[in-house]
Ligand binder design. Structure first.
Ligand SMILES: Nc1ncnc2c1ncn2[C@@H]1O[C@H](COP(=O)(O)OP(=O)(O)O)[C@@H](O)[C@H]1O
Ligand SMILES: [Mg+2]
Length: 378
């Protein structure tokens, strides 16, 4: 009997600061994938970048009450990551035992967050392997991982943003001049961030010129391009977006109420912040932010899924009144039970297992569409 199930390769772990989050996300994706529809193959990536077939992890998962190890070290045998192109498998020589062709449809779900996972690099490898994968393609992943590039795309589409400057910090930069320019252009406080990062890593809030040079250096230790933004004074609202092309849907919005001065790393992962799902907003506000979320998604060419994050200066808190400002787009948002993305879909009528099904469908749809375009010379 042939197995008509889809082989779902869940790639998890990874080399970024979000390794642990990815492991927790993957555990829940694995648990939610319907075994009648999917043959799930977990593949872990250690912090050092070693790929391991998660057979041990899968076995642990199958036993009742157990969990995947949060760390992947020693989790299984190494995996070759050379791409296997469709139809180009070596032909067995005459007389060699033949194995039946492997006809299972494979879809890769890269549940990887941050650099070297969510930034187009893994997506590039999967393109080379010609395998369908969940989420945004190479360009959109790279654009959304880079906060400076995201802003260029969003601004080009006329979307509202905080005022900002992008500086390249290298040995030739006159730091004093950079500090003066930023102060003159934006005033204080400002947020200083590496262009290419996530999870609030390297992000600082700076209240005056004296703290700026250190914040620039900290951000520049992650990426030579640094984005400096004026401080938004509103609420933090997030929208889950799902779809390809002209069939893109936005969830109800949710709200982050940071426990700390801002939504920093410990707030995100040690449960410091409160998530209000759905966000307390009126119908007009909800319509407006959903529309903006889809527009931002399209402006950056995203397909599959993304969480679009906003600041909302509604004036009610006695601060600014500029309304909606797009902050950033995350093309592989967290999938843990306390993560905003699945929570937003659940409250919008799409439960976690159905969300996984839809993501796989979107991956296959996008791949089939790509095959209609010639990318090689034959
Ligand atoms: N311009 C800003 N104004 C106000 N708060 C900000 C600003 N930029 C960032 N923050 C705070 O810092 C957090 C992390 O910044 P963000 O740009 O979302 O980076 P990351 O990709 O690391 O999540 C935000 O959730 C918010 O709490
Ligand atoms: Mg963020």
């Amino acid at each position: 009997m042939t197995d008509a199930r889809i082989r779902l390769v869940v790639l998890y772990g990874g080399r970024s600061a979000e390794h642990d989050v990815s492991c927790v996300s993957a555990r829940h994706v694995l648990a939610a994938a319907d075994p009648d529809r999917y043959e799930v193959v977990p593949v872990g990536i250690t912090r050092e970048g070693r790929w391991v077939l998660g057979t041990q992890a899968a076995r642990l998962l199958a036993a009742p009450g157990s969990a995947l190890p949060d760390r992947l070290e020693a989790a299984g045998e190494p995996v070759e990551i050379l791409p296997v192109l469709h139809g180009s498998a070596p032909t067995p020589h005459a007389g060699a035992p033949t194995t039946p062709p492997d006809t299972a449809t494979t879809v890769v779900f890269p549940v990887l967050h941050g650099p070297l996972g969510e930034d187009g690099t893994i997506q590039g490898l999967l393109e080379l392997a010609e395998v369908p994968y969940v989420g945004a393609g190479v360009l959109a992943s790279a654009v959304c991982m880079d906060k400076a590039a995201t802003k260029v795309h969003l601004a080009h589409a006329g979307l509202p943003l905080v005022r900002h400057v992008t500086v390249t910090i290298d040995d030739h930069v006159d730091r004093d001049r950079a500090v003066r320019t930023i102060g003159d252009t934006l005033g204080f406080p400002v947020f200083v961030k590496p262009a290419n990062m996530g999870s609030s890593v390297g992000v600082s809030k700076v209240d005056g010129p004296e703290g700026l040079a250190a914040a620039l250096d900290l951000a520049a230790s992650y990426d030579r391009r640094v984005v400096v933004e004026e401080s938004a004074r509103g609420r933090e609202i997030e929208v889950a977006v799902l779809g390809n092309d002209d069939d893109v849907r936005a969830s109800l919005p949710g709200e982050i109420v940071p426990g700390a001065d801002f939504y920093d790393y410990s707030d995100k992962y040690d449960d410091g912040a409160d998530l209000l799902v759905p966000a307390p907003l009126d119908d007009d506000e909800i319509d407006a932010v959903r529309e903006l979320a889809v527009a931002a998604y399209r402006a950056c060419g995203v397909e599959g899924l993304a969480r679009v994050d906003f600041f909302y200066e509604d004036g009610r808190s006695g601060h600014g009144t500029r309304g909606w400002l797009v902050n950033e787009i995350n093309t592989m948002p967290g999938f843990t039970p306390i993560s905003m993305y699945p929570k937003l879909w659940a409250v919008s009528g799409l439960e976690y297992p159905a969300l996984v099904d839809r993501l796989v469908e979107l991956a296959l749809e996008r791949h089939a569409r790509q095959l209609r375009h010639r990318r090689t010379d034959h």
